[in-house]
Design a protein around this ligand. Structure first.
Ligand SMILES: CC(C)(COP(=O)(O)OP(=O)(O)OC[C@H]1O[C@@H](n2cnc3c(N)ncnc32)[C@H](O)[C@@H]1OP(=O)(O)O)[C@@H](O)C(=O)NCCC(=O)NCCS
Length: 155
């Protein structure tokens, strides 16, 4: 798997994934997103230095997306796997990969019924901190700078 940055040409694919029923159910805002709203959102995200947006590719095929938003010194991660390739470990690989590349603290917010994403957060090294209003908050502390590699090599 490799992660590459999102570009505006990915907009239609991302909108399809965003409006998938499961993705809407798992999102803070469950309404279907219109194209104009999506394009404006994507433009804002791509120009915001506190946001990193990636497409995960396997054998050159886009299989999912993962985002990191810097909120009060914590990179909040959120992920979506392409609907046709779910259940194959892709979200786990995306989250583990990005978590290893970020030395700063990371977190994730997962709806209580999203068992797969709770598992993914744990697999990416985060631990459950608290629940507020049906949202599980996961967090991993900063890695020591040298810890980024050490974390990968850990036995
Ligand atoms: C949730 C989602 C990201 C999972 O993606 P995926 O690529 O299918 O996930 P994985 O195959 O890596 O599975 C992750 C783990 O969850 C488990 N899992 C998968 N579906 C599950 C389910 N319905 N219930 C319980 N566990 C489940 C898997 O067995 C795996 O656990 P394991 O590592 O112990 O085997 C995907 O379904 C999706 O994009 N959903 C819509 C968007 C979304 O929910 N985003 C997350 C918002 S926080």
């Amino acid at each position: 798997m490799m992660l590459r940055s999102v570009v505006m040409q990915d907009a239609d694919m991302l909108l399809t994934w965003r409006n998938d029923q499961e993705t809407r159910k798992a999102s803070h805002s469950t309404a279907e997103v219109g194209r104009d709203e999506h394009m404006a959102w994507l433009r804002r995200k791509l120009t915001n230095p506190a946001c990193r947006l990636f497409i995960a590719e396997e054998n050159g095929v886009p299989v999912g997306t993962i985002r990191a938003d810097l909120v009060e010194d914590v990179w909040e991660l959120s992920w979506t796997t392409a609907p046709e390739v779910r259940g194959q470990g892709i979200a786990t690989r995306m989250a583990v990969l990005l978590a290893c590349l970020i030395a700063e603290p990371i977190g994730a917010e997962v709806k209580v019924d999203n068992l797969a994403s709770a598992r993914i957060a744990e697999r990416a090294g985060m631990t459950f901190e608290r629940e507020t209003g049906g949202i599980l908050h996961y967090r991993r502390a900063a890695l020591a700078k040298s810890g980024v590699l050490a974390h990968l090599l850990e036995k």
